[in-house]
Design a binder for this molecule. Structure first.
Ligand code: XMP
Length: 319
């Protein structure tokens, strides 16, 4: 693609111009955005880039292993795998307010990056895979009170005191353009096609208090749901699909016994850029089969619901 090829060349030129001979650290989330940003920046400045993959304990099943393997196997990018799950889950313990959870996560991300930046001699820049929709959704509405829709952890949360300058080569792009750029850069198709995953991870798919027990249940349910979607050949038709574990237990009956377990909600939406979305029209057969599989295969869930809210008025995530 001529346009993306030109964008790539220009982006590389701008990164070199901005960074000079200094070092850059890049936070990898495992998502397409930060991965494309990392590969682009690596192409521009090579070993001046170090990636930091923060495992906040809020990732999906096998996600950390897959991301680390993909970067180590396919690219020669220095990668620090920071397991900070105790830190994050400890600070989140007992917190149930959505914005408070996001702020805690955002602050800890910065602390962790700061720590690793300090360990890299000469690091002066922090790279992020911020997209255009992230930029505009975080801007206050003009004319009214200062209201932000959500505090995206990866935008504007960089305190001056951190002393790092931002490199955001995807700031002008929409998601589909980032995928095109990723293809242009040779990232594997399986990776480029991945659904978006938010920085705060499973925290915002676990309304109410986050516990290790709920996270473990959520991971299993999500894995079954995504497996169902793949088996039915629907993955690429969907912008994003995930399970949210609800902060409520419900009564059920299984075999001869009464159960009292968590309810969950399945979410799947179509979208072009994440700014607006429609719920995905699964067949009743698909929904019924998926509910049965989740309840049979996931200990701790006895009720499955399907979220049929579009955006607006809903958001894609639950928090
Ligand atoms: P919402 O829930 O606002 O989500 O409709 C729109 C898109 O953004 C993702 N999202 C985030 N991504 N940090 C991110 O990197 C965040 O804090 C965040 N919050 C939401 C969401 O998954 C969807 O793709």
């Amino acid at each position: 693609d001529w346009t993306m090829g030109a964008y790539r060349e220009e982006a590389i030129r701008l990164i070199r111009e901005q960074v000079g001979d200094k070092k850059v650290i890049c936070g990898l989330s495992g998502g397409v955005d930060s991965s494309v940003a990392a590969v682009l920046i690596h192409e521009a400045i090579g070993d001046q880039l170090t990636c930091v993959f923060v495992d906040h304990g809020l990732l999906r099943k096998n996600e950390a292993e897959e991301v680390v393997a993909m970067f180590r196997d396919n690219y020669n990018i220095p990668l620090i795998h920071a397991d900070e799950s105790d830190l994050f889950l400890g600070e989140l313990d007992g917190q149930s307010d959505p914005e408070t959870k996001r702020k805690i996560i955002g602050k800890l991300f910065i602390d962790v990056f700061q720590k690793h930046a300090d360990s890299i001699d000469g690091a002066e820049f922090l790279a992020q895979g911020t997209l255009y929709p992230d930029v505009i959704e975080s801007v206050s509405f003009s004319g009214g009170p200062s209201v932000t829709i959500k505090s995206h952890h990866n935008v504007g949360g960089l305190p001056e005191k951190m002393g790092l300058k931002l490199v955001e080569p995807l700031r002008e792009l929409f998601k589909d353009e980032v995928r095109e750029l990723g293809r242009e850069l040779g990232l594997p198709d399986s990776f480029i096609g991945r659904h978006p995953f938010p920085g705060p991870g499973l925290a915002i798919r676990c309304p109410g208090e986050i516990t290790r027990e709920k996270l473990a249940i959520l991971r299993e349910a999500d894995a079954v749901y995504i497996d169902q979607i793949r088996k039915h050949g629907l993955y690429d038709e969907i912008w994003q699909a995930f399970v949210a574990i609800l902060p409520v237990r419900t009564v059920g009956v299984m075999g001869d016994g009464r159960t009292y377990d968590f309810a969950c909600a399945l979410r799947a939406v179509t979208s072009v850029d994440g700014m607006t979305a429609d719920y995905f029209p699964f067949s009743h057969e698909f929904l019924g089969e998926t509910a049965t599989r989740i309840i049979n295969e996931v200990k701790g869930i006895n009720r499955v619901t399907y979220d049929v809210t579009s955006k607006p008025p809903g958001t894609i995530e639950w928090e």
